[in-house]
Every structure is written in structure tokens, then in C-alpha cells.
Design a protein around this ligand. Structure first.
Ligand SMILES: Cc1cc2nc3c(=O)[nH]c(=O)nc-3n(C[C@H](O)[C@H](O)[C@H](O)COP(=O)(O)OP(=O)(O)OC[C@H]3O[C@@H](n4cnc5c(N)ncnc54)[C@H](O)[C@@H]3O)c2cc1C
Length: 512
């Protein structure tokens, strides 16, 4: 092959689902040369994930992609249980609002079809100058010391991409994972299968999620906002093999429950099998895995897309730093931080599924609480996820590893607004609390490390107008609080250790 036929890039992303798109946006805004390839000819239209959690909304906000999602999602979707004699019982939404103490501008999870989240990310990528290369399928891969060579199949013929790093975001059946001979460890529940699909129906109020209970399990129809679609989910009856999913079959499932609903069309029909599996290490040399390519779990609690989006966000700044010259060891922290999150999600979502399944033949008054248990707030919202050991003591404020909560009412010479307004973007943020050490100003760099001098009793610097920063962070005089590009606290350092900050700062290498 002629070397001119080889497309060179820094990062090749395989798969343009929500996770690949999140990473592509993050790398594009960092100016990292990146290609994102997708096997399918067009953007995905299947609803699949239908809730986006508060932490993922924060991620999309930081990436500049949240607006469409907020406009198209809805926060309140109460439940309506139907019995076979036509009776109904109403219950509250199964999503849980985040506690005030998380300090988030997005306390409510939003109901929204996955295709709408992908649309928002694709549009953002376009504005950042990138685009998805459709009908390009990764079919082979070889890595060496300096990079990865990937063979692509396209309608125009085969092509080769040479990249410094490859990120596999190619879903649960990941081709890349197979090519490297890696396996997801865990269990597959052959007997637990679900019919799923996006359908249109006649005669059903779109302001509720509708549930029909029966001995064969609950059938759920969830309206997908800003469309005429409903997502249908119903378990394949125990002890039977799934039939080919068709509109007629789904109509029969409704008729068996005396739903009195007519299905008028179906856009996506499938059978879902419960897999509870993950990679033990998300890195194999120069190939990294994120999203369903790294972990698959039960749909209970609605965590798959959300965990994947947050994987990509953890990886984006690290890849960006390594491409700029930071030690590749930084990439090991990606798996070290994200694999434990997936392990917890797997355990919690399996527990939730088991608890709910035990009650699915029951009555509405049993099902309400069972479905409510699907959402706790710290883990499900993603706001309580922390990296590393140690624990949060409310009297000292958040510590290294914690997500940095928002604080409103900040006023400064260059900006007025929230802490999130200061951290929004690909940079690190250093908040110096009543600390005027000139070394701080000397060492900060626009676009890479932003310094905000937070002063007490003076008019220059950043003022804590609402007293929120004090209340949430409980800073000590002279303290330095360093926030990573992904919004987690890197370190909190006392005033007399300012010099150490720059010696030990993980950002030091990528900055130079
Ligand atoms: C019924 C259902 C309900 C769900 N509900 C929720 C929910 O409420 N909340 C939630 O968070 N999650 C939910 N999920 C899970 C969620 O849909 C997935 O976790 C999410 O799609 C994972 O995103 P991803 O980008 O990792 O992979 P995918 O979305 O699977 O995207 C992978 C992409 O890679 C492409 N690809 C594959 N192989 C190649 C190749 N060799 N070359 C190029 N491209 C390739 C594929 O075509 C695909 O577009 C649900 C899933 C289902 C099925």
C-alpha cells in the first residue's frame, strides 16, 4: 500500500453512539486531531436510553451541547398503572430529583430519547468543525509502540487509518474488543429477555408512563418527548423462546393485558437480553474502551448511556493531555477511576432489577414502591460519584476526588455568575482563597489553567456574593482549590504549600 493511502490522525474513535460523540466533542474543542467512524449509514433513530441524568447534563453543559436536550426533555413523567379490568392508579415519576446539597443547575433527570441526545452531540461536533464518517467500519487493528493501524471497510473500498490512540466506543458487541481478543467478564441471563421497540399508538395520554401488570410481567409504554413515538418494553414470558418482534406480536401483548390500545406503526423492534458484564481494564496499550464496549448492565435505573457519557468525559482531557506531551501513564488513571464506577453500577442495577422482577406480577400498590427503588440519588444521578479513596466531610467541604459542586452568585472583574461558568471549557481551574502569592499568576496559562483569586473584604478578585462558595467549600484562608477539566477536585492545598502545587500538579506536564 502507498503511504499516501493511509489517513493519519491522533485519535481514532470507532462508533458514533452517544459515548463516541461525547468524546469527539471533547477532543474537538481541545484541538486534538481526531476521526470518528460509524458503521451505519445514518444517525441512530432507536430510542434505547430514555433518561439522561443530572451529571450527564452537567457534562453536556460543559461541552456546549445541553440546550437541545433541555428543550426536548421533560422532567416530570408520572406513572399510570392499568389493571385488566380497565382500572387505573396514578403514581409519581420513578426518577429522583438530586438533593440540593449536590449543588447542580440540573437537579432533575430528563426523559428524552437517546436519538435526541445523539442529535445534540452531533450538532455540537459539527459546530466544533468535526463530523461523523458514516459507512466506515473498523474491521482490523494492529498496534505497535508508536500507534495503531486500523483497517476500515467503506462502500468506496478499504482504507487504512493510522492513529496514535484508538478509542473503542463501538457498543456491547464491540468489534475492536473482539479483534484484541478481550472479553467482558460477568454473566448473561439467557432466561431474562425483553421485547422492546419504538411504536406509535392510538388513544393514550402522552403525559404519563403507562404500565400494565400481569402474571407475564409488566408491559411499559413510555412517551418519547417531542415525537409521536412510545418506547415499548415487555418481558418475554418465562419459559418461552422469544418470537420475532413484530407489530402484530406487540399488539397481542397489549391485547392479552386488555389494554384497549391499537399499535399503529413500529420504528424499531428488538429483543433485549440481560447481560451483566465488564472489562477489568479499559486500556489495552494504545486502545481504550468506553461505554457499552467496556461495560453492559441491566436497564434498571437507566445507567448505560449515562455511565458511558461520563467515561468519555473522564477520558477526553487525559487523551488531550497525553497528545500534548503528558506521560501516557495518565491514561492508566482512566480505567482506575472509571472501572470501579461500572462495577458499582453493575451491582446496583442488578439488585434493582432482581427486586423489581420479584414484584412484577404484583399489584400497582406493590409496583409503585418497587419502581421507585430504581433510583437513589448519589449513584443514579452521577453526582455522588467520586474518584479515589477518602470521604466527604460536610464540615470541610468537598475533597480531592469529589465532583466540584456548583456555587452561585460569584462576582469578579471578568465574570459574574456561577462557579460552573468559571470551570466551563477544556481548562483546569485554580481557585485561590485569599492567597496573593505572585507565583500563582506567573504560572497560570490562558486556555489551560485559569486562576481565580477569591478575596475576602476587597473589591478586586472574585467575590462570593451569595456566600455559597464559603458554605459549600468551607475554604481555609490561603487555600488553593484545583479543579480538573472534568469538574472533579484534583487537590486542595494549604497556603504555605503553594510552590508544591506546581511541582506535584498533574497538569504540569500537559501544560508545557
Ligand atoms: C431498551 C433500552 C433502554 C435503555 N435505557 C437506558 C436508559 O434509560 N438510560 C441509559 O443511560 N441507558 C439506557 N440504555 C443503554 C444505552 O442505550 C447504551 O448504554 C448506550 O447506547 C451505549 O452507548 P455507546 O455509545 O457506548 O454504544 P452504542 O450506542 O451501541 O453505539 C455504538 C456505535 O458503534 C457502531 N459500531 C459498531 N461496530 C462498529 C465498527 N466495527 N466500526 C464502526 N462503527 C461501529 C454502531 O453502529 C453504533 O452506532 C438502554 C438500552 C436499551 C436497549
Amino acid at each position: 500500500m502507498n503511504e499516501h493511502d493511509v489517513f493519519q490522525t491522533d485519535v481514532l474513535i470507532v462508533g458514533a453512539g452517544p459515548v463516541g460523540l461525547t468524546l469527539a466533542c471533547d477532543l474537538a474543542r481541545r484541538g486534538v486531531a481526531c476521526r470518528i467512524v460509524e458503521r451505519d449509514a445514518t444517525a441512530g433513530r432507536a430510542s434505547k436510553a430514555k433518561t439522561i441524568q443530572p451529571r450527564s447534563l452537567e457534562v453536556l453543559d460543559d461541552l456546549g451541547a445541553v440546550e437541545h436536550v433541555v428543550r426536548h426533555g421533560i422532567a416530570d413523567l408520572p406513572l399510570r398503572f392499568h389493571d385488566s379490568s380497565g382500572g387505573v392508579v396514578d403514581g409519581p415519576s420513578i426518577t429522583v430529583r438530586a438533593r440540593d446539597s449536590f449543588g447542580t443547575p440540573y437537579p432533575d433527570p430528563l426523559w428524552i430519547g437517546q436519538f435526541d441526545v445523539e442529535h445534540a452531540l452531533r450538532e455540537r461536533l459539527r459546530l466544533l468543525g468535526g463530523s461523523v464518517e458514516h459507512q466506515v467500519e473498523a474491521v482490523d487493528l494492529a498496534q505497535d509502540q508508536d500507534g495503531v493501524t486500523a483497517a476500515m471497510r467503506t462502500p468506496q473500498g478499504d482504507r487504512t487509518v493510522r492513529a496514535r490512540y484508538v478509542v473503542a466506543t463501538d457498543g456491547g458487541k464491540s468489534t475492536v474488543r473482539g479483534l484484541l481478543g478481550l472479553h467482558l467478564a460477568g454473566e448473561t441471563r439467557e432466561a431474562e429477555r425483553w421485547y422492546i421497540g419504538d411504536v406509535t399508538v392510538n388513544g393514550l395520554a402522552r403525559d404519563h408512563m403507562h404500565v400494565w401488570t400481569s402474571d407475564d410481567g409488566m408491559l411499559v409504554l413510555t412517551p418519547l418527548p417531542h415525537s409521536d413515538l412510545w418506547q415499548l418494553q415487555a418481558p418475554v414470558p418465562a419459559g418461552t423462546e422469544p418470537s420475532t418482534p413484530t407489530c402484530e406480536l406487540y399488539q397481542r401483548l397489549l391485547d392479552e393485558r386488555n389494554a384497549g390500545i391499537t399499535l399503529t406503526s413500529a420504528a424499531w423492534l428488538s429483543v433485549y437480553r440481560v447481560n451483566i458484564r465488564m472489562l477489568t481494564d479499559y486500556r489495552s496499550g494504545r486502545v481504550l474502551f468506553a461505554g457499552d464496549a467496556a461495560h453492559v448492565h441491566t436497564p434498571a435505573g437507566g445507567q448505560g448511556m449515562n455511565t458511558g457519557i461520563q467515561d468519555a468525559y473522564n477520558l477526553g482531557w487525559k487523551l488531550g493531555a497525553v497528545i500534548r506531551g503528558a506521560s501516557p501513564d495518565l491514561l492508566d488513571t482512566y480505567s482506575a477511576e472509571r472501572a470501579p464506577v461500572a462495577r458499582t453500577v453493575l451491582a446496583v442495577s442488578t439488585r434493582k432489577l432482581d427486586r423489581t422482577t420479584q414484584r412484577i406480577g404484583g399489584h400497582a400498590d406493590m409496583l409503585g414502591p418497587a419502581l421507585g427503588e430504581l433510583a437513589d440519588d448519589a449513584m443514579t444521578t452521577g453526582l455522588g460519584i467520586r474518584y479515589g479513596s477518602g470521604s466527604h466531610d460536610p464540615s470541610t467541604g468537598p475533597v480531592a476526588g469529589d465532583r466540584a459542586p456548583n456555587a452561585t452568585g460569584l462576582r469578579g472583574p471578568d465574570s459574574t455568575g456561577d462557579l460552573f461558568d468559571l470551570t466551563r471549557g477544556p481548562h483546569w481551574t485554580l481557585i485561590a482563597f485569599d492567597n496573593d502569592d505572585p507565583a500563582l499568576t506567573d504560572r497560570t496559562e490562558p486556555g489551560i489553567l485559569h486562576l481565580h483569586l477569591h478575596r475576602i473584604n476587597t473589591d478586586d478578585g472574585l467575590l462570593d456574593g451569595d456566600g455559597e462558595f464559603q458554605r459549600i467549600y468551607a475554604p481555609r484562608r490561603g487555600e488553593l482549590i484545583l479543579i480538573r477539566p472534568d469538574g472533579h477536585i484534583a487537590t486542595r492545598i494549604p497556603h504555605d504549600q503553594t510552590a508544591d502545587l506546581f511541582d506535584t500538579l498533574p497538569v504540569a506536564a500537559p501544560m508545557r
